[in-house]
Design a protein around this ligand. Structure first.
Ligand SMILES: [Fe+2]
Length: 288
Protein backbone atom coordinates (compact mmCIF):
# COMPACT_ATOMS: atom_id res chain seq x y z
CA UNK A 1 0.00 0.00 0.00
CA UNK A 2 1.27 3.47 -0.83
CA UNK A 3 0.64 6.25 1.65
CA UNK A 4 -1.11 9.24 0.17
CA UNK A 5 -0.97 12.60 1.93
CA UNK A 6 -3.86 14.85 0.92
CA UNK A 7 -3.52 18.38 2.27
CA UNK A 8 -6.71 19.96 3.61
CA UNK A 9 -8.03 23.16 2.14
CA UNK A 10 -6.74 25.07 5.16
CA UNK A 11 -3.46 26.42 6.47
CA UNK A 12 -2.87 23.16 8.33
CA UNK A 13 -4.11 19.57 8.29
CA UNK A 14 -3.80 16.61 5.90
CA UNK A 15 -5.65 13.34 5.44
CA UNK A 16 -3.55 10.20 5.28
CA UNK A 17 -4.89 7.55 2.92
CA UNK A 18 -3.70 4.07 2.00
CA UNK A 19 -2.61 2.97 5.47
CA UNK A 20 -4.25 0.51 7.87
CA UNK A 21 -3.19 1.82 11.27
CA UNK A 22 -4.72 -1.11 13.15
CA UNK A 23 -1.61 -3.00 11.99
CA UNK A 24 2.02 -2.35 13.04
CA UNK A 25 3.48 0.51 10.97
CA UNK A 26 6.70 -0.21 9.04
CA UNK A 27 9.70 1.95 9.97
CA UNK A 28 9.77 3.79 6.64
CA UNK A 29 6.05 4.55 6.93
CA UNK A 30 6.57 5.84 10.47
CA UNK A 31 9.19 8.24 9.11
CA UNK A 32 6.72 9.35 6.41
CA UNK A 33 4.04 10.01 9.03
CA UNK A 34 6.40 11.97 11.28
CA UNK A 35 7.50 14.11 8.35
CA UNK A 36 3.84 14.68 7.39
CA UNK A 37 3.03 15.75 10.94
CA UNK A 38 5.95 18.18 10.97
CA UNK A 39 4.70 19.67 7.70
CA UNK A 40 0.91 19.65 8.19
CA UNK A 41 0.67 19.77 12.04
CA UNK A 42 -2.59 17.75 12.06
CA UNK A 43 -3.16 14.34 10.40
CA UNK A 44 -6.52 12.67 9.83
CA UNK A 45 -7.03 8.92 9.33
CA UNK A 46 -10.55 7.77 8.45
CA UNK A 47 -12.28 4.42 8.91
CA UNK A 48 -9.88 3.02 11.53
CA UNK A 49 -11.58 0.85 14.14
CA UNK A 50 -8.77 0.67 16.66
CA UNK A 51 -8.74 -1.17 19.96
CA UNK A 52 -7.15 0.79 22.81
CA UNK A 53 -4.03 -1.37 22.55
CA UNK A 54 -3.79 -0.69 18.80
CA UNK A 55 -4.09 3.05 19.41
CA UNK A 56 -1.36 2.87 22.08
CA UNK A 57 0.91 1.07 19.59
CA UNK A 58 0.08 3.49 16.78
CA UNK A 59 0.84 6.57 18.92
CA UNK A 60 4.40 5.28 19.33
CA UNK A 61 5.00 5.76 15.61
CA UNK A 62 5.43 9.43 16.59
CA UNK A 63 7.73 8.94 19.59
CA UNK A 64 7.80 7.54 23.10
CA UNK A 65 4.46 6.91 24.76
CA UNK A 66 3.37 9.91 26.81
CA UNK A 67 1.39 10.27 30.02
CA UNK A 68 -2.16 11.65 30.15
CA UNK A 69 -3.13 14.78 32.07
CA UNK A 70 -4.14 13.04 35.31
CA UNK A 71 -0.80 11.24 35.47
CA UNK A 72 1.15 14.41 34.66
CA UNK A 73 -0.74 16.15 37.46
CA UNK A 74 0.09 13.33 39.87
CA UNK A 75 -3.59 12.47 40.32
CA UNK A 76 -3.22 8.79 39.39
CA UNK A 77 -5.74 6.63 37.55
CA UNK A 78 -9.35 7.81 37.59
CA UNK A 79 -11.61 5.36 39.35
CA UNK A 80 -14.40 5.84 36.83
CA UNK A 81 -12.44 4.19 34.05
CA UNK A 82 -13.05 0.53 33.39
CA UNK A 83 -10.26 -1.94 33.96
CA UNK A 84 -9.95 -2.41 30.20
CA UNK A 85 -8.63 1.15 29.86
CA UNK A 86 -4.87 1.36 30.57
CA UNK A 87 -3.49 4.33 32.49
CA UNK A 88 -1.97 5.86 29.35
CA UNK A 89 -5.42 6.26 27.75
CA UNK A 90 -7.74 9.17 28.47
CA UNK A 91 -11.48 8.66 27.93
CA UNK A 92 -13.11 11.89 26.72
CA UNK A 93 -16.85 11.41 27.15
CA UNK A 94 -20.13 12.80 28.46
CA UNK A 95 -21.56 9.29 28.96
CA UNK A 96 -22.71 8.30 32.44
CA UNK A 97 -22.93 4.66 33.41
CA UNK A 98 -24.26 3.36 36.73
CA UNK A 99 -24.47 6.94 37.96
CA UNK A 100 -20.81 7.70 37.15
CA UNK A 101 -19.01 9.55 34.35
CA UNK A 102 -17.07 7.11 32.18
CA UNK A 103 -14.76 9.91 31.01
CA UNK A 104 -13.90 13.59 31.30
CA UNK A 105 -14.80 16.98 29.78
CA UNK A 106 -18.59 16.45 29.53
CA UNK A 107 -20.53 18.06 26.66
CA UNK A 108 -19.54 21.75 26.88
CA UNK A 109 -17.13 23.88 24.91
CA UNK A 110 -13.42 23.22 25.45
CA UNK A 111 -11.65 26.54 25.08
CA UNK A 112 -8.57 26.93 22.89
CA UNK A 113 -5.61 25.17 24.53
CA UNK A 114 -2.64 22.87 24.09
CA UNK A 115 -2.74 19.58 25.96
CA UNK A 116 -1.10 19.44 29.39
CA UNK A 117 0.74 22.77 29.09
CA UNK A 118 0.45 22.71 32.90
CA UNK A 119 3.12 19.99 33.11
CA UNK A 120 6.92 20.40 33.07
CA UNK A 121 7.13 18.25 29.93
CA UNK A 122 3.90 18.62 27.90
CA UNK A 123 3.17 15.93 25.27
CA UNK A 124 4.71 16.55 21.85
CA UNK A 125 1.68 15.08 20.07
CA UNK A 126 -1.77 13.73 20.84
CA UNK A 127 -3.87 11.06 19.12
CA UNK A 128 -7.65 11.11 19.42
CA UNK A 129 -9.94 8.33 18.18
CA UNK A 130 -13.73 8.46 17.86
CA UNK A 131 -15.68 5.56 19.38
CA UNK A 132 -19.13 7.21 19.64
CA UNK A 133 -20.09 10.60 18.21
CA UNK A 134 -23.18 12.83 18.27
CA UNK A 135 -25.13 13.46 15.04
CA UNK A 136 -23.95 17.07 15.13
CA UNK A 137 -21.70 19.33 17.18
CA UNK A 138 -18.54 18.42 19.05
CA UNK A 139 -16.37 19.58 16.15
CA UNK A 140 -12.63 19.85 16.98
CA UNK A 141 -10.67 22.77 15.50
CA UNK A 142 -6.93 23.36 15.29
CA UNK A 143 -4.96 26.57 15.04
CA UNK A 144 -1.52 27.04 13.45
CA UNK A 145 0.71 28.67 16.08
CA UNK A 146 3.63 29.06 13.64
CA UNK A 147 1.43 31.41 11.64
CA UNK A 148 0.38 33.23 14.81
CA UNK A 149 4.10 33.67 15.58
CA UNK A 150 5.07 34.78 12.08
CA UNK A 151 2.23 37.33 11.94
CA UNK A 152 2.96 38.81 15.36
CA UNK A 153 3.19 42.62 15.12
CA UNK A 154 6.68 43.94 15.97
CA UNK A 155 5.31 45.90 18.93
CA UNK A 156 3.85 42.76 20.50
CA UNK A 157 6.95 40.73 19.61
CA UNK A 158 9.20 43.15 21.48
CA UNK A 159 6.92 43.12 24.54
CA UNK A 160 7.16 39.34 25.00
CA UNK A 161 10.89 39.15 24.41
CA UNK A 162 12.37 36.91 27.13
CA UNK A 163 9.05 36.48 28.96
CA UNK A 164 7.33 33.29 30.09
CA UNK A 165 3.85 32.15 31.07
CA UNK A 166 2.99 30.27 34.22
CA UNK A 167 0.52 27.57 33.15
CA UNK A 168 -2.05 27.03 35.88
CA UNK A 169 -3.02 23.49 36.85
CA UNK A 170 -6.27 24.56 38.52
CA UNK A 171 -8.77 24.41 35.63
CA UNK A 172 -9.44 21.93 32.82
CA UNK A 173 -10.09 22.97 29.23
CA UNK A 174 -13.84 23.44 29.86
CA UNK A 175 -12.96 25.97 32.57
CA UNK A 176 -14.02 23.60 35.37
CA UNK A 177 -11.89 23.60 38.51
CA UNK A 178 -10.09 20.34 39.15
CA UNK A 179 -11.28 18.94 42.49
CA UNK A 180 -7.70 18.39 43.69
CA UNK A 181 -6.89 22.14 43.48
CA UNK A 182 -8.05 25.26 45.30
CA UNK A 183 -9.71 28.09 43.36
CA UNK A 184 -7.05 30.41 41.85
CA UNK A 185 -8.12 33.64 43.56
CA UNK A 186 -4.59 35.10 43.15
CA UNK A 187 -3.23 34.12 39.74
CA UNK A 188 0.32 34.98 40.78
CA UNK A 189 0.10 32.01 43.17
CA UNK A 190 -1.68 29.46 40.94
CA UNK A 191 0.35 26.21 40.84
CA UNK A 192 1.97 25.19 37.57
CA UNK A 193 5.21 25.28 35.57
CA UNK A 194 6.60 28.30 33.75
CA UNK A 195 7.37 27.96 30.03
CA UNK A 196 8.73 30.52 27.53
CA UNK A 197 6.06 32.37 25.50
CA UNK A 198 8.15 31.79 22.39
CA UNK A 199 9.47 28.24 22.27
CA UNK A 200 11.92 26.71 19.83
CA UNK A 201 11.22 23.35 18.21
CA UNK A 202 14.49 21.41 18.66
CA UNK A 203 14.38 19.42 15.38
CA UNK A 204 13.84 22.45 13.13
CA UNK A 205 15.03 25.41 15.21
CA UNK A 206 11.75 27.15 14.33
CA UNK A 207 10.16 29.51 16.82
CA UNK A 208 6.51 29.22 17.72
CA UNK A 209 4.09 31.01 20.03
CA UNK A 210 3.22 28.85 23.05
CA UNK A 211 0.20 30.21 24.93
CA UNK A 212 -1.18 27.02 26.51
CA UNK A 213 -4.53 28.24 27.79
CA UNK A 214 -5.89 31.58 28.86
CA UNK A 215 -7.68 30.87 32.14
CA UNK A 216 -5.57 31.88 35.16
CA UNK A 217 -2.40 32.14 33.06
CA UNK A 218 0.14 34.65 34.38
CA UNK A 219 3.35 36.26 33.11
CA UNK A 220 5.77 36.14 36.08
CA UNK A 221 7.52 39.43 36.81
CA UNK A 222 4.65 41.62 35.62
CA UNK A 223 1.96 43.26 37.74
CA UNK A 224 -1.28 41.29 37.33
CA UNK A 225 -2.96 44.05 35.31
CA UNK A 226 -0.07 44.25 32.82
CA UNK A 227 0.08 40.46 32.55
CA UNK A 228 -3.67 40.35 31.80
CA UNK A 229 -3.38 43.10 29.17
CA UNK A 230 -0.46 41.44 27.41
CA UNK A 231 -2.08 38.00 27.46
CA UNK A 232 -5.36 39.46 26.15
CA UNK A 233 -3.45 41.16 23.30
CA UNK A 234 -1.64 37.92 22.42
CA UNK A 235 -4.88 35.90 22.42
CA UNK A 236 -6.76 38.54 20.39
CA UNK A 237 -4.00 38.40 17.79
CA UNK A 238 -3.81 34.60 17.77
CA UNK A 239 -7.44 33.46 17.46
CA UNK A 240 -8.17 34.02 13.80
CA UNK A 241 -10.30 31.91 11.40
CA UNK A 242 -7.69 32.11 8.63
CA UNK A 243 -5.32 29.92 10.64
CA UNK A 244 -7.89 27.29 11.68
CA UNK A 245 -8.70 23.79 10.41
CA UNK A 246 -12.00 22.37 11.73
CA UNK A 247 -12.86 18.69 11.81
CA UNK A 248 -16.38 17.26 11.96
CA UNK A 249 -16.01 13.81 13.42
CA UNK A 250 -17.14 10.61 11.72
CA UNK A 251 -17.11 7.29 13.51
CA UNK A 252 -13.66 5.61 13.57
CA UNK A 253 -11.71 8.76 12.71
CA UNK A 254 -8.31 9.24 14.26
CA UNK A 255 -6.60 12.60 14.50
CA UNK A 256 -2.97 13.20 15.39
CA UNK A 257 -1.79 16.72 16.16
CA UNK A 258 1.48 18.39 16.96
CA UNK A 259 0.80 19.62 20.47
CA UNK A 260 3.77 22.00 20.49
CA UNK A 261 2.79 24.04 17.45
CA UNK A 262 -1.02 24.00 17.43
CA UNK A 263 -3.86 24.82 19.79
CA UNK A 264 -7.23 23.07 19.64
CA UNK A 265 -10.84 23.77 20.56
CA UNK A 266 -13.99 21.64 20.91
CA UNK A 267 -17.43 23.01 20.28
CA UNK A 268 -20.27 22.00 22.61
CA UNK A 269 -22.79 19.33 21.61
CA UNK A 270 -26.24 18.10 22.63
CA UNK A 271 -25.98 16.70 26.18
CA UNK A 272 -28.64 14.11 25.32
CA UNK A 273 -26.34 12.57 22.72
CA UNK A 274 -23.44 10.24 23.46
CA UNK A 275 -19.83 11.05 22.58
CA UNK A 276 -16.77 8.98 23.44
CA UNK A 277 -13.22 9.41 22.23
CA UNK A 278 -9.94 7.87 23.36
CA UNK A 279 -6.78 9.93 23.66
CA UNK A 280 -3.21 8.62 23.76
CA UNK A 281 -0.29 11.01 23.93
CA UNK A 282 3.31 11.11 22.77
CA UNK A 283 5.94 12.19 25.29
CA UNK A 284 7.42 15.66 24.88
CA UNK A 285 10.39 17.67 26.11
CA UNK A 286 10.56 20.69 28.39
CA UNK A 287 9.73 23.75 26.23
CA UNK A 288 12.85 25.84 25.51
FE1 LIG B 1 -7.16 18.96 24.55
Amino acid sequence: MTIEIVAKDAMLGAEIQGLDITQPIANEDQATLRAALTKHLVLLFRGQSLTVDEQVRFAQAFGDLGAIADTLLGLGKRDYQGDEIPECVSVISNIRQDGKNIGSLGDGECFWHTDSCFSETPPSASTLHSIEIPSEGGCTSFLDMFDAMDALPASLRSKINGLSIRHSQVYDSTGAKRPAFEEATDITQAPGPTHPIVRTIPETGRQVLYLGRRLSAYIPGLPVEESEELLDALWAHTICDSRVFSHNWCLSDLLVWDNRTTMHHREAFDPLQRRRLHKVQVAGERPI
